[in-house]
Design a protein around this ligand. Structure first.
Ligand code: LMR
Length: 402
């Protein structure tokens, strides 16, 4: 029976963690998977999450019962306000449904299966940015979608190719599904400006496209949850119906707990009943009920004013350290006189920098310098710290000079 099963290709991001773990060289630097590290290269449990852990552990009513099919209300209600804004008319008009998911990936998958079953027209394709997070294509194709790309990165300047993007969105047939990164684009770290988001919304409205947002870095990108939600709130205010996949892996440091949500905004409250029933059905069929522990931690933070304020400070600390590392790497490359313009490293935002290094240079960095990054030249800036940044700059300098 199993003899017919072909080998699947290894995941480009996860395979790096395996390779890097197996490398015991003292100089090793892991800039692969997007997971925050502190300045000593260690995973960082957010102080606010430590407090939430204690609260959850000492809750006299705590238990290990199943959550309801929609998830933990403390999380889903809090997440809704976080994404759309506490004063969002969509929330007060009861046009939003939120279901708890297995982090951002689970939210993407529930959304993908839902869209596969109910998209209009039935042959609509899903358009992803070129490039995008490697798992997007895999999730969408697994759900049975045709996947097409729109231009996004200008590979010459390592900035946004806004003209190419708008042209592709205009040239696509009407009523396609467009997957957009809400902020801190993965893998490029290149985000549209607010004015560019307005242009994108204009074209999408003109063409009747459906926005499907992936939001994995709210608050982590800039330290400001409202700023990072700009694009989503703009599209809601413009009257779009949409889906938002939301992850709490990065912004709460809850990687292994798999905590996230999927939000659906409808144009009319009367539509929420059917939409929520289908999302609940899909979730029941795949995970039955969502996982409780991370939801209790995140829900505790979102529902308590004091903890919420502390959380925003914790995110500010992460985003400031990443910004320092970006500027530090740019400064070092510039003072080494490394050929090329390295401004983009400081200009890009979020967890990643799209360095512009070629696959061949990435291979040499891995094999000769024990420096791990994805094949497309993406580095997780959070993997840089004061102990390894000089080494990384010198290694990049050496391979760029060839
Ligand atoms: C990444 O892109 O490295 C992260 O989002 C982790 C993952 O699941 O791929």
């Amino acid at each position: 029976y199993f003899a017919n099963v072909p080998q699947a290709p290894a995941d480009g991001i996860l395979k790096l963690s395996v390779l890097s773990k197996a490398d015991s060289d003292a100089n090793k630097v892991d800039l692969g998977v997007g997971a925050y590290r502190d300045d000593s290269g260690k995973p960082w449990v957010l102080p606010v999450i430590r407090t939430a852990e204690q609260r959850v552990a000492s809750d006299p009513n705590g238990n290990h019962e199943y959550l309801g099919v929609g998830g933990l209300p403390a999380l889903t209600n809090g997440a809704q306000k976080l994404i759309f804004g506490a004063d969002s008319p969509a929330i007060s008009e009861k046009r939003v449904y939120t279901i708890q998911t297995i982090s951002g990936t689970g939210a993407n998958m529930v959304a993908a299966v839902f869209l596969r079953q109910f998209k209009q027209p039935a042959d609509a394709a899903v358009y992803i940015s070129k490039p995008t997070w490697g798992n997007h294509r895999s999730i969408l194709q697994t759900a049975g979608h045709e996947v097409r790309e729109y231009r996004y990165c200008n590979y010459g300047t390592l900035g946004l190719d806004i003209d190419g993007m708008l042209e592709d969105l205009r040239a696509a047939p009407r009523n396609q599904i467009i997957l957009l990164h809400a902020c801190a684009h993965n893998p490029t770290g290149i985000d549209p400006t607010e004015a560019q988001w307005q242009q994108i919304a204009d074209v999408m409205a003109e063409r009747g496209h459906f926005p499907f947002f992936d939001c994995a870095y709210q608050g982590f990108a800039t330290g400001d949850v409202d700023k990072d939600a700009y694009a989503i709130r703009l599209f809601v205010a413009r009257g779009f119906e949409l889906l938002v996949a939301e992850s709490f892996a990065k912004n709460m440091g809850l990687y292994g707990e798999r905590t996230g949500c999927l939000h659906a905004v409808t144009k009319d409250a009367a539509l929420v009943g059917a939409v929520s029933s289908q999302l609940n059905r899909l979730s029941r069929a795949t995970i039955s009920t969502a996982s409780a522990y991370g939801a209790k931690l995140a829900g505790t933070v979102l529902q308590d004013q004091g903890l919420y304020a502390e959380w925003v400070e914790n995110m500010g600390e992460m985003s400031r350290r990443i910004k320092d590392m970006r500027e530090g790497l740019r400064d070092r490359l510039q003072s080494l006189g490394t050929p090329g313009d390295w401004e983009h490293v400081a200009r890009q935002i979020g967890m990643f920098s799209f360095t512009g290094l070629s696959k061949q240079q990435v291979d040499v960095l891995r094999d000769s310098y024990h420096l791990y990054m994805t094949d497309d030249g993406r580095i997780s800036v959070a993997g840089l710290n004061s102990g390894n940044i000089d080494y990384v700059a010198r290694a990049i300098d050496a391979v760029v000079r060839g």
